[in-house]
Design a binder for this molecule. Structure first.
Ligand code: PEP
Length: 253
């Protein structure tokens, strides 16, 4: 049975005071034996504080993006090695907001994933279709294009550090959640695509769902056979909502 993952993506939200209160509330309830891994992806600037606050606990953390380059004249960018210095174990890459608002291509995302895994980070690769693409019957084609760019850029050892987050763009921040059946269908297709590369990889890889996950719908989503937890935006900002989702995951393990 794969570990379930409940990961919060704060995007560009929150404050230092919010972070302190959130970590204190969440840490009080995390159970190392629950079979559920809790992760927080705050804005970059909060990572040093988070590394201190969460130092002795079971909460994992990471960044929402990083550079594909190791070092150099890349103003405004942050490298994988820098993230490691602040205790990050993982990094979200290729979020649909990065692709849509900052022009990240699948090739660039694939380079970022390789830089991340080479530095020893777990890369959480986001894939997902827009409503227009879904309605045109192109969901799998879009998701596979995003996925294949990464698979083709990594060897089998590097792939051990890949987590996938299926996030239909039409469900992000909209309150519209994919139904458990809709999500499961895409997760199953992603796992089958991974199996074409390696059965062991497909069996091991965590595939998270993201898109308006809340305490009230988490259990139905996470109980699907190919859904291994969630990447949570809006509902991760409040500790109580995040914990509601964590509890739903814990009840399934
Ligand atoms: C996200 O942006 O990763 C996300 C899933 O957001 P939300 O939960 O708010 O839809």
């Amino acid at each position: 049975m794969r570990t379930l993952i409940v990961a919060g993506n704060w995007k560009m939200n929150g404050s230092l005071a919010d972070l302190r209160a959130w970590v204190s509330d969440v840490q009080a309830e995390l159970d190392p034996d629950a079979g559920v891994q809790a992760v927080l992806f705050p804005p970059f600037v909060y990572l040093p504080a988070l590394a201190e606050l969460a130092r002795d606990g079971v909460l994992a953390w990471g960044a929402q993006n990083m550079s594909e380059h190791a070092a150099g004249a890349y103003t405004g960018e942050v490298s994988a090695a820098m993230l490691k210095e602040f205790g990050c174990s993982q990094v979200v890459l290729g979020h649909s907001e990065r692709r849509a608002l900052y022009g990240e291509t699948s090739a660039q995302v694939a380079d970022k994933v390789r830089a991340a895994v080479d530095a020893g980070l777990q890369a959480v690769l986001c894939v997902g279709e827009t409503l227009e693409q879904r309605e045109a019957g192109r969901t799998e084609a879009v998701v596979f294009e995003q996925l294949d760019a990464v698979l083709g850029n990594l060897d089998d050892r590097q792939l051990e550090r890949l987590t996938i987050a299926y996030e239909p763009v039409w469900a992000i921040g909209t309150g519209k959640t994919a139904t458990p059946d809709q999500a499961q269908a895409v997760h199953q297709a992603i796992r089958a695509r991974l199996a074409e590369r390696s059965a062991a990889l497909a069996d091991r890889a965590a595939i998270l769902y993201g898109g308006s996950v809340k305490p009230g719908n988490a259990e139905a989503l996470f109980s699907q056979p190919d859904i291994d937890g969630g990447l949570i935006g809006g509902a991760s900002l409040k500790a109580e909502d995040f914990l509601g989702i964590y509890r739903a995951a814990r009840a399934l393990r």
